[in-house]
Design a protein around this ligand. Structure first.
Ligand code: XIL
Length: 385
C-alpha cells in the first residue's frame, strides 16, 4: 500500500514538473516567433479552400504569412488534356491568399510528376519530336505565368531535375524525353522571366543535404547566371526524417547555396518518423506493392495508427527543434521556411512512400492542436543555446 502511495506521489510530482515545463514554453505564432528572421509558410491543400474549412483557415492566418499551393498550380490541374486549360482552382488559391494577406507562391512549372504524358508522348505512345516537346513547355509556361502574373509573387520554375549523383536525372518526363536539359532549363527560366518580369524565379529540389546533388544545383545556378538568365533563389525541399540528414550536411548545403548569391529557402519541411522512411527519403512507387499492406508488414510499418506514445512524441519534438535551430542559426541566409501541410491529418506523408499509414510529420495534430514540436520550435529564438 505504502509503495503504491509513493508511486502515485512520484507520478504526480513528475507530471507537475512536466506541466510546468510545458507552461514555461511560450505560445507565440510561428510567423511572430520568426518575424525578424524569415517568412513562415504552409502548403495549402485544395480541400481547405474549396470546402472553406474555417478552422484550418483560422489556423493558417494565425500562424503563417506565406502559402504554397500543394497541387493546384501543377500542370495536371492547369492543363490536364491537350485541349483543356483550367485556371479555376489556381485562381481560388490566389484569391484565398490575397483575401488573407498571405504571400502566394506558384509551384511548379517544369516537373516530371503531376504532368500529363501528352507533354512528351503522342496518343499512340510514341515519343514526340524534340521540337514539339520544347514547344509544349514554352506554351505551358507562357499561358500559365501570364495568367498568374501579379497574383503569385514567385515561381518554382523547375523542380527536381537533378539526380542523386549530380547530373540530370533521365528516368521520367522532361528529363527522360528531352536530350539537352541545360537548354530546357534555360528556356523554362527565360520564358517565365519574359511572361512575368516581376515574379521571382526559383529552382526547387529534394535530398539537398546530399552534396553530390548540390553540385548539380550549383551547375544550374551558375549556368543560368553565365547566360544572363535570372534566377532569384533555390528551394531546399526538406522532406526529412527522424534519423537523417545530419545537421552538418544541412549547414553545408545552406552555405554553398547562399554563396551563389541567390535566396535560400526551406520549401517543403516535414519530418517522417515512421519505420523505414525515417531513415532516408524513398521516392517513386517502389513501396506501393500491395503485399506491404498485409497485416504482418503493416504491424511493423505503421505502428502508431492509434496514436503516438509520449516518448515518441518527444522524439519528434526534439528532432524538430534540432532542425529548426540549425535553420535559425543560419537565419541571415534563409528567406522563408515553409511546412508541407497544415496538420498531420492532411500530410502527404500518410500515403507516401507507403500508402495508408498514420504519420506525424507536422507541428499541428489531426485535431489542429499544437504539438510539443510546435512549442519547442516557436521558443527557439528566445531560448539561448
Ligand atoms: C506532393 C503533394 O503533397 C501530394 O498531395 C501530391 O499527391 C504529390 O505531390 N515534392 C514537391 C511537391 O515538389 O510538389 C510534392 O507534393 C512533394 C514532393
Amino acid at each position: 500500500m505504502k509503495k503504491k502511495i509513493a508511486l502515485f506521489l512520484t507520478g504526480a510530482l513528475f507530471c507537475g514538473a512536466e506541466c510546468l515545463a510545458q507552461k514555461a514554453l511560450k505560445d507565440i505564432p510561428l510567423k511572430d516567433a520568426f518575424a525578424k528572421d524569415f517568412n513562415v509558410g504552409v502548403a495549402v491543400a485544395q480541400s481547405i479552400i474549396s470546402r472553406n474549412e474555417t478552422e484550418s483557415i483560422k489556423l493558417i492566418c494565425e500562424q503563417f504569412n506565406a502559402v504554397s499551393p500543394e497541387s493546384v498550380l501543377k500542370p495536371e490541374y492547369i492543363h490536364p488534356t491537350p485541349d483543356r486549360w483550367n485556371f479555376q482552382p489556381g485562381d481560388a488559391y490566389c484569391k484565398f491568399a490575397a483575401d488573407h494577406g498571405l504571400k502566394a507562391l506558384g509551384h511548379t512549372l517544369m516537373w516530371h510528376n503531376q504532368t500529363p504524358d501528352f507533354f512528351w508522348l503522342n496518343a499512340d505512345g510514341s515519343v514526340k519530336s524534340q521540337e514539339q516537346i520544347k514547344a509544349n513547355l514554352v506554351e505551358y509556361i507562357e499561358k500559365t505565368v501570364t495568367h498568374f502574373a501579379g497574383k503569385v509573387y514567385a515561381w518554382d520554375v523547375v523542380n527536381e531535375v537533378v539526380s542523386e549523383e549530380g547530373g540530370y536525372r533521365n528516368d521520367k518526363g522532361w528529363e527522360k524525353y528531352y536530350k539537352d536539359l541545360d537548354e530546357l532549363v534555360c528556356l523554362a527560366f527565360s520564358t517565365a522571366q519574359r511572361c512575368d518580369p516581376n515574379a521571382e524565379l526559383y529552382y526547387n529540389e529534394y535530398n539537398m543535404w546530399r552534396q553530390s546533388k548540390v553540385d548539380g544545383v550549383v551547375h544550374i545556378v551558375k549556368m543560368l547566371k553565365e547566360k544572363g538568365i535570372r534566377i532569384d533563389g533555390v528551394g531546399i525541399q526538406a522532406h526529412w526524417g527522424l534519423n537523417y540528414p545530419s545537421v552538418k550536411d544541412i549547414e553545408t548545403t545552406i552555405d554553398r547555396l547562399y554563396d551563389l548569391g541567390v535566396k535560400v529557402m526551406i520549401t517543403e519541411l516535414d519530418i517522417d518518423m515512421l519505420p523505414f522512411s525515417k531513415e532516408g527519403q524513398m521516392t517513386g512507387k517502389a513501396m506501393y506493392d500491395p503485399a506491404l499492406q498485409r497485416e504482418e508488414f503493416m504491424r511493423y510499418l505503421n505502428p502508431y495508427a492509434q496514436g503516438v506514445p509520449e516518448e515518441v512524441e518527444q522524439q519528434i519534438a526534439d528532432r524538430y527543434e534540432e532542425i529548426m535551430r540549425t535553420i535559425y542559426n543560419k537565419r541571415d541566409k534563409i528567406s522563408r521556411v515553409t511546412f508541407w501541410g497544415l496538420h498531420d491529418g492532411v500530410s502527404w506523408k500518410n500515403d507516401y512512400p507507403i500508402p495508408n499509414r498514420t504519420n506525424y510529420p507536422l507541428l499541428f495534430d489531426r485535431k489542429l492542436q499544437k504539438k510539443k514540436a510546435y512549442y519547442q520550435v516557436v521558443n527557439i529564438p528566445s531560448k539561448k543555446k
